[in-house]
Design a protein around this ligand. Structure first.
Ligand code: ADP
Ligand code: MG
Length: 498
């Protein structure tokens, strides 16, 4: 479990330079709450600028913040999903700075007593083959705290616009220990967090919408050393591939400096995605002093053990736990579970269908190979199923009973997704039901035998494979609707009679 995977070229960097990278990430995640962290205006995205504000958000004199219980609950649930200890008491601090994105001139955060402490994120790195489970490892977390987001500035040539709709949106900060050792590990870490938050309904973590944003701290040290090197903090990263690119660039920049006898300084750097380089913003000695002090307008929050236990009980199963269970309990292959379990609504839908029909493998295949394609074709989301779990199970049962062919079940599923209807009625509508009528199948088989003189003679003289040519004809005449198992049976019995 503890082995560390590094992608090939990063291994090469390490071997050729004698340095290894160490990374710690601060992940900001917006909570999907209805209203803001400390005031009643609604959380929204892409709406008329400055339409979702209130006196607290705008920092008007005399306005007082009130804690959003939902934001506390969601942050604690995030902590529980990621194995953190939930603090019995957490408190609030003011982080003071002057910048136009914050009209109060401070941000309410949790510097001294965060809500969630410690914890870890289970990550998966690709193993030797795509078809088998990769290498799993737990990345240590330092803490998760709750704070408020700031407004959004848009800069133009000689002026800037401010939108305060985002200001006050509850924002969690998930802080890792310096416990990541490659760009691929960071990508796996962010993906694992996104899956956890999404499955528990805490956040959608859509990076394009800024619902998940990261500061990535990168340092290098001689391979095998235990001491941490001097870190650079990369800000302004808004895509996983951008983060991977930025880490690789930053590591090679630091290696070059040390190899040429230079010195690294603790600094904050900005990733310039256009030029694919990192640029210095400020050095540690010029770092801002935020003059943190306890927020006088908010009381600490105390959570009883009962309520935390209750929240823990209501959590969904964690992604990789679900995947291990599905592989063991249903004998499903890794690749199928990687689709089913990485999106909780699919896993729930699958298990519901299995309750109606025990053929888990066939149900999983129909969902992963057919249902998902139909859903994407009709442009629905994968949590809004155009067919019920019961109907899907019904289709699988009909195939198992030999009443319809597998191909027919796929056609019927596609038709239900596109135009609705129930299984029995759609089978009739598409004419697949005729195969249930043995007379119809018998007459098609007779027709095929009658026009396959050579194959019939060969089969009767002991050439087993010759039957395939006749089956092919039956398929052609029935336009692919006949069930191969039943054709085989019917042909053999007719040929024996002849
Ligand atoms: P700050 O608030 O100044 O950014 P923190 O101590 O809270 O400082 O650390 C922030 C992040 O930096 C954490 O995710 C931590 O793991 C990471 N970090 C600290 N030291 C190093 C280092 N030497 N190399 C890589 N990451 C580091
Ligand atoms: Mg930081």
């Amino acid at each position: 479990m503890e082995s560390i995977y590094r992608c090939e070229n990063e291994n090469a960097v390490e071997q050729s330079t004698g340095y290894e990278m160490v990374i710690g990430v601060e992940v900001h995640v917006q909570l999907a709450t209805e209203s803001k962290a400390f005031s009643p205006s609604r959380c929204c995205y892409g709406e008329e600028p400055n339409s979702a504000t209130d006196p607290v958000v705008m920092g008007l004199p005399g306005a007082l913040p009130v804690i959003n219980y939902g934001a506390i609950r969601q942050t604690a649930r995030a902590g529980l999903m990621l194995h953190c200890k939930i603090a019995k008491a957490c408190s609030w601090d003011r982080k003071n700075y002057f910048y136009p994105d914050s009209p109060k001139n401070y941000q309410i955060t949790q510097q001294e007593q965060p809500l969630c402490v410690g914890g870890y994120v289970e990550i998966e790195l690709p193993g030797p083959s795509r078809n088998i489970m990769g290498i799993h490892r737990n990345v240590k977390l330092n803490r998760i705290h709750l704070e408020e987001d700031v407004g959004k500035l848009t800069h133009y040539s000689n002026y800037s616009l401010i939108d305060f709709n985002r200001a006050g949106t509850p924002l969690m900060e998930i802080v890792s220990e310096p416990d990541l050792y490659s760009a691929d590990e960071v990508a796996a870490f962010l993906n694992a967090i996104r899956m956890s938050m999404e499955s528990a309904g805490i956040s959608h973590c859509n990076m394009e919408k800024g619902e998940m944003r990261c500061d990535v701290n990168v340092s290098i040290r001689p391979s095998g050393s235990k001491k941490l090197g001097m870190r650079a903090e990369l800000k302004n990263l808004n895509s996983i591939s951008g983060i991977q690119e930025a880490i690789k660039y930053e590591v090679s920049r630091q290696v070059q400096i040390l190899q040429s006898g230079g010195t690294l300084y603790q600094e904050t750097r900005r990733w310039n995605a256009q030029l694919s380089i990192s640029e210095s913003m400020r050095r540690k000695e010029n770092a801002q002093d935020y003059c943190y002090f306890p927020e006088p307008d908010l009381m600490p929050v105390y959570l009883s053990k009962d309520i935390v236990d209750q929240w823990e009980k209501e959590l969904p199963e964690r992604t990789y736990d679900c995947q291990r269970r599905f592989m063991k309990q249903y004998g499903l292959p890794y690749t199928i579970t990687s689709v089913l379990c990485f999106h909780l609504p699919l896993a729930i839908f699958f298990e519901k269908a299995v309750q109606f029909c025990g053929n888990a493998r066939a149900i999983a295949n129909l969902i992963v190979n057919d249902l998902l394609r139909e859903i994407s074709q009709i442009g629905r989301s994968t949590s809004d199923f155009p067919v019920s779990a019961e109907s899907l199970a019904h289709l699988v049962r009909l195939v198992d009973d030999g009443a319809i062919s597998k191909q027919a079940s796929q056609d019927v599923l596609a038709e239900i997704c596109k135009n609705g209807g129930d299984v029995t009625e759609v089978i009739k509508r598409l004419g697949h039901g005729q195969n249930q009528n043995s007379d119809a199948l018998e007459s098609i088989c007779r027709q095929a035998i009658g026009t396959s003189e050579k194959a019939v003679a060969e089969f009767l003289s002991g050439k087993e494979n010759a039957i395939n040519a006749i089956k092919g004809k039956v398929m052609k005449i029935s336009q692919g609707k006949a069930d191969p198992k039943r054709i085989d049976c019917m042909l053999r019995s007719l040929l024996q009679q002849s």
